[in-house]
Design a protein around this ligand. Structure first.
Ligand code: ZN
Length: 461
């Protein structure tokens, strides 16, 4: 695990490689955007195309949480047995354990979007009703490999699918969980959290402090020794690899490479996992990931779109930098599509890489909490800020993608179209990727021959 801002490396034997070892408290003047990310040696590995239907078993040799345990002396058989025991406990708590989720082509959605193929990966039937549990199972497996310390106490800032997933897995693992939630959290979710034995800590918004008070509480409690059992890459970099299993599955389920993938973005861990999964699959020589990355389109709502703001500001900086060097600029009338194509052509240039490094050192110029309290029907992607934003912006720069901002009408239309054509009981957040594709289709961006992909991430409650 390596910091993408300062390059610090977490010791291979570090039992909790969650945050950068060089990160200092925010009030100490350390303003860099320390995020630990996987930098796993993939030489000699391939992406398994079949095998176990349990994703963490199938992909275990690629996972840091497995490699750590093996280095610590655990046998492959024992690790798989430990996974099986935890998975069975998850099934006992939630009614189902982890297994490959469906991915199917929808002719109805292809017709609605005017493209050749639309592939829908359905995570609504996953543990706790969303993809979030994938992000957290890897952290639980990492914690389970360390028998040198007493049982950790876990914490998560969420009042939705992530909190529900955390509560299921914590219960299954026999660990105590604190959930930090806002005063207006859904009573149905709170009741289920209480039923699962999670402690509920209500966090009020403050006039003095900008940003999400639940997130601030998480940081406060982590400083006091609580383990960040959370789906924000900045707070626990290991949450990303579990999410990658979703996209590796998708790659094995879709017969031809996808041209374009739309991804709903709140805190950014889901989209960050997508970008990492595709890059690693390419390194591994996976058939669906040879050549160019699919064009990545993060999707946010008109109620709050800090990632779109960050992409635009950083793109402007890159253009200015090329201009200062006399190295050319995009045409004056460039729209987002043309700007994204211009950036993709310069992905490997040192000038662009320098700007990304500068952004890691000075993130506050690009990413800060949304000024108003974000509001939308897609309540699951209303994070005040996109925590793992640089990974997603890098994925856009490399793939030629750009962010899409959608209104509530489009989100509701996507939810209805999604249900009508796939029969999946998706919610508005879970259909936000499809909403992004609808907006792109309206703008005339999609070509008739395209193969596009989307994930229905969460079930309607
Ligand atoms: Zn760092």
């Amino acid at each position: 695990m390596v910091c993408t801002a300062c390059g610090a490396v977490a010791d291979d034997d570090e039992p909790r490689p969650f945050v950068c070892p060089q990160r200092r408290p925010h009030d100490s003047g350390d303003s860099a955007d320390h995020v630990l990310a996987r930098d796993v040696d993939l030489r000699g590995c391939t992406l398994p195309e079949d095998g176990s239907s349990q994703p963490f078993e199938r992909y275990r040799e690629l996972l840091h949480c497995y490699r750590f345990a093996r280095r610590a002396g655990e046998t492959d058989a024992h690790w798989c047995e430990r996974l099986g025991t935890l998975d069975a406990a998850v099934a006992a708590v939630d009614g189902k354990g982890f297994t490959e989720t469906p991915c199917a082509q929808s002719d109805g959605l292809a017709a609605a979007l005017g493209v050749a193929e639309v592939w829908v990966k359905d995570e609504t039937g996953n543990v706790a009703g969303s993809h979030k549990a994938r992000h957290l199972l890897g952290i639980a497996l990492q914690l389970g490999a360390d028998r040198s310390t007493e049982a950790p106490r876990l914490g998560i800032a969420s009042c939705g699918n992530a909190a529900l997933a955390a509560a299921v897995i914590a219960r299954a693992a026999g660990l105590e969980l604190e959930t930090y939630v806002p005063p207006d959290a859904d009573p149905v979710v709170l009741a289920r959290l209480a039923e699962l034995g999670a402690e509920i800590v209500t966090c009020e918004r403050s006039e003095q402090a900008a940003g999400d008070p639940c997130f601030a509480k998480l940081r406060e409690r982590v400083a006091a020794g609580v383990v960040p059992f959370t789906v924000q890459g900045t707070e626990n970099g290991l949450c990303i690899e579990g999410g990658q299993t979703l996209f590796w599955e998708m790659l094995s389920q879709v017969p031809a490479p996808l041209d374009r993938v739309a991804l709903q973005v709140g805190g950014g861990a889901f989209a960050s996992a997508a970008v990492a999964a595709w890059r690693e699959a390419r390194t591994l020589g996976a058939s669906g990931a040879s050549g160019a990355l699919p064009i990545f389109h993060p999707v946010q709502t008109t109620g709050g779109h800090p990632l779109e703001r960050a992409w635009r500001r950083l793109a402007d900086e890159v253009v200015r930098s090329f201009d200062l060097q006399g190295a050319g600029t995009p045409a004056a009338d460039s729209d987002d599509r043309a700007l994204a194509a211009w950036l993709r052509e310069r992905w490997s240039s040192p000038t662009l890489r320098d700007e990304l490094a500068l952004a890691a050192a000075r993130p506050a110029r690009f990413m800060w909490p949304w000024e108003e309290t974000p509001a939308s029907v897609a309540t699951g992607i209303l994070d005040d800020q996109t925590y793992d934003w640089r990974a997603v912006v890098g994925g856009m720069f490399e793939s030629g993608g750009w962010p899409v901002v959608v209104d509530d009408d489009t989100l509701l239309r996507a939810r209805e179209l999604g249900r009508e054509h796939t029969g999946i009981d998706v919610d508005a957040t879970g259909a936000a990727g499809l909403a992004g594709l609808l907006a792109l289709a309206s703008a005339g961006v999609l070509d008739a021959g395209e193969h596009v992909g989307v994930v229905f991430t969460g079930v309607q409650r």
